[in-house]
Unconditional design. Structure first.
Lengths: 296, 296
């Protein structure tokens, strides 16, 4: 793998490039200095390296190495974004294999959670623990594409800050205040060496994959019961993009899964509640290696 | 219907008999004096009228009429207990129809929650709102009969108080203290006109039905998505009899369902947390008539 330099905070993490066996050059950043199993983060619809809240990455990186990356065709990575979750998952596996670290912990957010499920099912040997944030299982009914007001907002060529806030945060005073803080950290705090923006090709291909994932197919729901590693499912209680009911469904279908729903929070619950969520993830990642998941 | 006398508390509620069109004489009690839609309670495995915590019934009856009853063949009701949930549900429907009140709210607890689902699916016109406590959908994998330590405890001819406490309450100090209080209210507080005990025939037939309900059948899970009235799903976080994951599953499969998991609580969570649970049920029953369920 390429030389990586772990840093103490995400805002200062260098943009690095890792060339994988599939010929793709993956843009990525590393935060934290632990030698333990790294946590690899799988990003949301149209997101790049800068769309991870630095406060969340820093909180997660206190106990471990955190690796963020752009998948094939996304932002500064080379290639073209594929239009199925299955191919995106294979591309993510190639990146993880190129890290040459053996197994990793995975944190998938939104469509990243779809990839995380795919990876856990197709290459379980590289996944130690799985965190599914704002997640849904393939085939669940009622999620064929985002809701009209959601895709109208985040699917347009140039979404505005208001579009972002409306999907990622609730309309309450606390939700909007959190949104302003998160937006400041994501869009304003890093002033040099920002990632490349994601393209319209990425937007179209990712949304093709979203619509394919959401085609209702009850029998397809059964496959996540084969996920065999410890799983933590988390969402905001008011997520308009991926409804909490799909988190319930995942936690009901995956044996032993833990579930937590965060209050007064929408799609960006993990940024809004970054300290609490990072602490919960830390308990999950450090605890489940030694003991059975005890909550069920 | 037979004359019913609403009373202010469950311990003083009279044992009454209602003869239904199916020829069964149903033992039942009524608490609370409201003229509004009554709440009908569906009891757990081997339970009779006395196995409802009077503190819970009284809390629920503050805002409405609460009706408890013994189903066909159970305790003081006439007839023989059938060995399928479907037939038990039809027997419960006959009791509800005999009340001549039109639609009711239903609170099903444990196997009572199985009947509540059946009733909602087979006779939706009589169900306004549905509360599913310690519930599971038919066909979910991993629930073919209670866990060995659970059926060993509550399935024996004469379960002891310790057997009851071990399944209905957690082993924590708070859990066991709550259990002692609940057991005192259920087994000791009513000294006259107690209900008849349930028979070994009832135990065998009900457990046949439990084992039939728990035969794994993924495709069967889809049917609860047809439940069309507002639903509140609730359980303890440490229920050994019906694991919380089945509550997640129900809340994920039933459109718009609300979900709440109560802390440090096992099968008897609704008795242990009777004030909080009754308040949550009250908010659910009084709120959902006028507005859409907003949590999803």
């Amino acid at each position: 793998m390429s030389e990586t330099t772990a840093t103490a905070n995400y805002l200062d993490a260098e943009n690095e490039v890792l060339s994988a066996a599939n010929g793709v050059d993956y843009a990525h950043r590393t935060t934290g200095a632990s030698d333990a199993t790294p946590l690899v983060m799988l990003q949301h619809f149209r997101g790049n390296l800068d769309n991870w809240d630095p406060a969340l990455v820093d909180a997660l990186a206190r106990g471990r190495r955190v690796i963020t990356f752009d998948n094939r065709g996304v932002a500064a990575s080379s290639g073209t974004t594929p239009n199925t979750m299955a191919q995106m998952a294979l591309d993510a596996i190639d990146f993880i294999e190129a890290l040459e670290v053996g197994e990793v912990d995975l944190l998938g957010f939104s469509i990243g959670s779809f990839l995380a499920q795919e990876i856990a099912l197709v290459r379980p040997s590289i996944v130690r623990n799985l965190v599914l944030a704002s997640a849904a299982p393939q085939g669940a009914s009622g999620m064929h594409g985002w809701a009209p007001e959601v895709i109208d907002a985040v699917g347009k060529p140039e979404p505005s800050p208001a579009d972002y806030l409306g999907v990622f945060f609730t309309g309450s005073e606390a939700g909007q205040a959190a949104g302003q803080q998160v937006a400041g950290r994501i869009f304003g705090a890093r002033t040099v060496d920002r990632d490349a923006p994601t393209t319209w090709q990425t937007r179209l291909a990712q949304y093709d994959a979203v619509c394919a994932w959401g085609q209702p197919n009850h029998s397809m729901l059964e496959r996540v019961s084969a996920i065999c590693m410890p799983v933590f499912v988390a969402n905001g209680d008011s997520d308009p993009m991926i409804l909490p009911r799909y988190s319930y469904l995942l936690a009901g279908l995956i044996p032993g899964a833990r579930l937590k729903i965060y209050p007064d929070a929408a799609h960006g619950f993990l940024f809004q509640h970054h300290a609490e969520f990072a602490a919960d993830v830390d308990v999950f990642l450090t605890g489940v290696s030694d003991e059975e998941v005890s909550s069920q």
